[in-house]
Design a protein. Structure first.
Lengths: 151, 408, 629
């Protein structure tokens, strides 16, 4: 499968990946100038966290080989595609139990700010050739690479 | 190879799916008493009317066809013959197997309270039939008592709230959700329920069901002496594993079927997974046990690495809570960290640099890290941070294939 | 090396064949833009920052909202841009004053008299007049903020002046207004977005009337007025038989003495002594455009305009440039490694444009004789040092029939001393309207000059006459749109007009400073029609605006009440208030309107629609007159 890979040392916490993700998933249009940064509806599927030394770490969905979010999902909303390896989230199937949020070992998942009813989850830009976050990473911290086959 | 899977819920389905992914040729049969695949943890959404039973299907419509699995629905196992590796069903048909998974789940336990088992409108909350019965009856009913304030009981209450009925909840402990929540976080929910018209009776026992001459439910007498008038009682006081088809002195049974880390029983080629094992009745463990059993049934050795059952996420009235590990300090060697902000509440319990438990209410963003730290007993003493600020960045490491790992 | 596109295909191919890295290459490596920066919601005003606005963090640490951060950033940019132009007019006025004091060369008495009349100055002696005119300008620039500048009323169109007074945006001393804009936008000072936007308009007025218009008019006195003529443009103007001095900047009067000196016999002898035929100035950036505009007076020393801001690096890679004199922007940092490689020495006459590799010779009019001599010697030495040691490769690039020298006066003169013929053409619909395509070139609006050229082509197709000033004109002339033959690209009606007059459909007003000349054209047209500027079927577009100066120009356009199109957002998208005020409320404030659109076709449609609307409100024919009517 193709995975967004991360070179942590190159991350400068510019958050361009974050804003790119918001723009890509903005219902008002995908251009950066369509993005209203004061509207809570615009949420990023990735985020940057700092460790105790203030070193930034890009927290991105790994589309895990053994995805806890899928194992814990009782509604069938979280599924892993056996061919692409992508872990997809189907908002309509979700029962908002948030076991996935509780179980993602890397703290990638959260609930949406406005309605608290769906999970904010990376969809690898839904088939976009290069995910928007990768395209907008100015340091080369993010890149896409083919990794071994998944189950 | 003939695989037989008894049960079509989390464990059974995931076991069958795993087998198929590892053995393209094998003959797989799934037997279930239900004629649908559905997520029983979501039945309360059917009660509320927000979903149908069909909507609770957690696999694709064509699951059985696509994976070439023979599904015998609406049937129960009646007898397991371990010597000749056969299972007799309630329609007297006989199925032989090379490998067997028992994932028959559990059933509602109706406690021995006076008249409870006799009442006509007394129902558990476990199966689609329970829901059907509730939906048939509730239109004639003004008052419903939910017996048991654990997760299932509160699910029922939240489902019923969409209906025009008076709801009373009776719980023996001093608060609702006593296994998941402390007093503070439970009270928040209790207040929300009360604000929505639910009558909550905690710290009381159910003593007697009042019936009329035709055994119709008329009320519930509780230990405070009060009589709660009601025309229906939904019982959510626990479950018992479905083991009636297993003869004594065959498969080892304790609280449920006893399995090892391969999900194997003491009997060769017989595996068990899910609630029938009677350990932690939570969905993710059933899934993982099913997957583990599936591997081992095909002959691909796999150990169950996750036994961690003390975790639950709750979402009632748009207030989310997760409860992981212990909920109160055991003694004063445990540090308790609390952060409160309006309705939001966070509590983390630490002992000797290891997080033992956490309750997060209101804001659960990215909280899977805490679950992992508790589950894996990760030492956080080197992380120079407020415990509430700890996140995956503090353990960040990327493996060769791009997956994340924990570095302590 | 990867590189961006240029509308100028020959230039693009030439640059692609060179090994030197230029902006064309670097823009590819800078493709990834910071979204927060693009939206203008990053604040670095204090050590609690940098703060960035996100839905989860809607305010900076201090409490500043997106509206506050964006408006602060915007006003700061406009203030810096205004400061640049005010620096130019200050230098220019000081030079004129010095000419008066030293009884130097006044090339247009008429221009001086016109200015003196406008200012209400009566002096018999020409030099006294020059001093008085310069003093008036300087006095205004140096006033405190609480004293309004006096020349605004004399320079501005009366209905506009009234409007500005009403809005309370008449500027006090221009430099003080810049000063307080900096104060206002500093840490924990103003948090009123509307006040900051009005301050931007105030700065726009002093930028426009002083930085642009007066710079032109003062220069007309010292350097001679524009005369319409045909000229050569492009790299082909570089003649390697000469010692070629490339000039970059905006302050033409700074080398007024030098340009005259270079053609004196003794100086030509110096060139000849090292084997060259003489000295030549090669035009580049806006000051080259200004030389071209006044080219009638500099036919011997000026070889022609080679190209605009982002052409300068490639021009140096021809090897044909022997020396550089810089006095302002756009002197790109990117030329430094190239001049090193091509062994080109540089002097800088104004430290605001100091390059590391340049020798700074602070210009002063009193020492100009000496300074010119030094430059001549250094240029000669550089020539001697480098020729034979560097590869010279001058491509066949450019045109010989570019119409230049267009100004508010020369154009009116061309039309017979009255605007009536142009007004008639507009009224009859043969010319649908006028578009001022101005500003810089950037590399991000589809590539070097790409948006400017494409938009211009679309507009002339719609029979809209295009006037251009700034680096935009450098691009438009190099692709042939300012040659009479470009009439064939216009709509039938405009084409007929151009062909009958022998003019191109795109008129070349020269440098960005000449945006001030366009303002005079607009004012005089409005005057002739007895309407206010926002009623004219005239639009302004700075499609490829680059720098802070362009934003100050833009603020002037908005203050004038013109629709102003930009292809790239001026970093305001993050603020609803700022966007709303500039894009939606401005028509009711000044009559102007900001339009941000990065699509050529829809921009042309939007601009055409505005022109048609205005024609309608003026009661002019909306359907075009058939070509042969």
């Amino acid at each position: 499968m193709k995975r967004i890979k991360i070179k942590q040392d190159l991350c400068m916490a510019c958050m361009n990946c974050t804003i790119a993700c918001m723009a890509e998933h903005n219902e008002q249009g995908k251009g950066i100038f369509d993005l209203d940064l004061t509207d809570l509806k615009n949420e990023s599927r990735n985020h940057i966290s700092l460790d105790s030394q203030k070193k930034p770490a890009p927290i991105f969905c790994r589309h895990c080989d053994e995805p806890e979010c899928v194992f814990t999902c009782m509604s069938g909303a979280m599924t892993k595609d056996s061919e692409t390896g992508i872990v997809s989230y189907n908002e309509d199937k979700c029962s908002s139990c948030f076991m996935c949020v509780m179980s993602c070992p890397y703290g990638v998942l959260k609930t949406d700010e406005l309605r608290n009813s769906v999970v904010i989850k990376c969809d690898v830009c839904d088939g976009r050739e290069i995910p928007r976050c990768v395209e907008n990473c100015p340091t080369g911290c993010l890149y896409v690479e083919e990794v071994g086959v998944c189950l | 190879m003939k695989y037989l899977v008894l049960g079509a819920s989390a464990a059974g389905i995931n076991c069958a799916k795993t087998i198929r992914s590892l053995d393209k040729e094998g003959e797989i049969t799934v037997v279930s008493k239900d004629d649908k695949v559905y997520s029983r943890c979501m039945l309360h959404h059917v009660v509320s009317g927000s979903r149908t039973i069909e909507n609770l299907n957690f696999v694709s419509e064509d699951f059985f066809e696509k994976l070439d699995i023979h599904w015998m629905k609406g049937k129960n196992a009646k007898k397991l013959h371990i010597e000749d590796k056969k299972v007799v069903l309630d329609d007297e048909s006989i199925l032989s197997y090379d490998k067997l998974l028992i994932a028959t789940g559990a059933s509602s336990f109706i406690p021995p309270i006076k008249n409870l088992r006799e009442g006509n409108q007394v129902v558990g909350f476990r199966d689609a039939e329970d829901v059907e019965m509730i939906l048939q009856e509730y239109s004639h009913v003004k008052d419903i008592v939910v017996l048991g304030g654990g997760l299932v009981g509160i699910d029922v209450v939240s489902g019923l709230m969409a209906k025009k009925v008076n709801i009373s909840l009776v719980e023996f402990a001093d608060r609702i959700l006593p296994l998941q929540l402390d007093k503070r976080s439970a009270t928040t929910y209790e207040d929300l329920f009360k604000d929505n018209g639910v009558h909550i009776h905690t710290g009381v026992k159910a003593e007697e069901v009042l019936l009329d001459e035709s055994n119709n439910v008329k009320g519930l007498k509780i230990s405070s002496g009060e009589v709660i008038p009601c025309e229906m009682i939904i019982v959510a006081t626990g479950v018992r594993p479905n083991l009636s088809f297993i003869s004594e002195n065959t498969v080892n049974i304790d609280k449920g079927i006893v399995v090892d880390e391969y999900c194997a029983t003491n009997i060769a080629d017989v595996f068990a997974a899910g609630d029938v094992c009677g350990t932690h009745p939570i969905w993710p463990l059933a899934v993982k046990q099913g997957i583990t059993a599936g591997h081992n049934m095909v002959g691909k050795e796999k150990k169950l690495e996750d036994h961690f059952g003390f975790r639950n996420s709750l979402n009632f009235m748009d207030l989310q809570t997760v409860s992981i590990g212990i909920i109160e300090p055991v003694d004063d060697t445990y540090e308790e960290h609390i952060e409160e902000d309006g309705i939001e509440y966070k509590k983390i319990i630490v002992k000797d640099g290891i997080i033992q438990g956490a309750i997060l209410q209101g804001d659960i963003s990215y909280c899977g890290v805490i679950t992992t730290l508790i589950k894996n007993k990760v030492d956080i003493s080197k992380v120079n941070k407020n415990v509430f600020d700890i996140n995956y960045a503090d353990f960040f490491s990327v493996a060769e294939d791009g997956s994340y790992e924990y570095v302590v | 090396m990867k590189m961006c596109n240029s509308a100028d295909v020959v230039l693009q191919e030439f640059a692609a064949g060179k090994s030197q890295e230029t902006s064309f290459n670097r823009v590819e490596k800078q493709k990834i833009k910071c979204g927060f920066g693009q939206l203008g919601v990053c604040c670095r005003l204090c050590s609690n920052g940098p703060c960035r606005i996100t839905p989860q963090a809607p305010k900076g640490v201090c409490g500043a909202t997106a509206d506050v951060i964006v408006s602060r950033n915007f006003l700061r940019a406009v203030a810096s841009g205004a400061a640049c132009y005010l620096h130019i007019v200050e230098t220019t006025a000081r030079n004129l004053k010095s000419i008066g004091q030293n009884k130097g060369k006044i090339k247009s008495e008429k221009a001086l008299n016109d200015l003196a009349n406008t200012f209400g100055i009566e002096a018999k002696d020409l030099y006294d007049k020059a001093i008085a005119v310069a003093d008036k300008v300087l006095a205004d620039l140096y006033k405190p903020r609480f004293e309004k500048m006096e020349l605004v009323e004399k320079m501005a169109y009366a209905p506009r002046y009234k409007k500005w007074k009403e809005l309370n945006i008449l500027p006090g001393g221009a430099k003080s207004e810049v000063f307080d804009a900096i104060v206002k936008t500093s840490t924990n000072l103003s948090s009123d977005p509307v006040d900051m936007l009005l301050h931007s308009l105030n700065l726009g007025i002093s930028t426009g009337l002083y930085g642009l218009t007066l710079t032109n008019l003062l220069n007309d006195v010292m350097l001679g007025e524009p005369v319409i003529r045909q000229a050569s443009v492009g790299f082909k103007v570089v003649d390697t038989n000469y010692i070629n001095i490339m000039i970059t900047g905006h302050q033409h009067s700074v080398f007024a003495h030098l340009q005259d000196r270079l053609i004196d016999d003794d100086v030509i002898e110096i060139a000849k002594s090292v084997g060259a035929k003489g000295f030549r100035l090669v035009g580049c950036t806006c000051v080259g455009q200004d030389l071209q505009l006044r080219g009638e007076h500099y036919q011997e020393v000026f070889s022609g305009h080679a190209g605009n801001n982002f052409t300068s690096e490639s021009l140096l890679t021809t090897g044909g440039i022997d020396f550089i004199v810089s006095e302002f922007n756009c002197t790109l940092p990117g030329i430094e490694p190239i001049v090193e490689e091509f062994m080109v020495d540089m002097v800088c006459l104004d430290d605001v444009a100091k390059k590391t590799s340049a020798e700074h010779i602070p210009f002063s009019k009193d020492k100009e004789v000496e300074i010119s001599q030094t430059i001549i010697e250094k240029a000669k030495d550089s020539y001697v040092k480098r020729r034979g040691n560097v590869t010279i490769d001058i491509p066949i690039h450019g045109h010989d029939d570019v119409i230049t020298g267009v100004s508010e006066k020369s154009l009116k003169g061309f039309l017979g001393g009255t605007w009536a013929p142009l007004i008639d053409l507009i009224a009859s619909g043969k010319i649908k309207g006028v578009a001022a395509i101005v500003g810089c070139s950037n590399l991000t609006a589809k590539g070097h000059d790409v948006f400017t050229v494409e938009l211009t082509k679309e507009l002339i197709k719609k029979d809209i006459l295009v006037l251009s000033a700034g680096c935009s004109s450098g691009g438009l002339e190099n692709v042939g749109l300012m040659s009479p033959k470009a009439a064939s690209l216009a709509g039938d009606s405009l084409r007929e007009v151009c062909e009958s007059l022998g003019i191109p459909p795109v008129l070349n007003f020269g440098p960005c400073l000449a945006i001030g000349r366009l303002e005079i054209v607009a004012t005089e047209l409005a005057e002739a029609l007895n309407i206010d500027i926002p009623q004219l079927p005239l639009i302004l577009s700075a499609p490829q605006w680059l720098e802070e100066q362009a934003l100050a120009d833009g603020a002037f356009g908005l203050a004038l009440g013109l629709p102003l199109h930009l292809a790239i957002s001026p970093f305001i998208g993050g603020s609803e208030v700022v966007s709303n005020v500039l894009m939606n409320a401005m028509p009711d404030i000044t009559g102007g309107q900001l339009i941000v659109n990065d699509d050529v076709i829809s921009t042309a449609d939007v601009l055409e629609k505005i022109i048609i609307e205005r024609r309608k409100s003026l009661g002019l024919a909306v359907e075009l007159v058939p070509v042969n009517a």
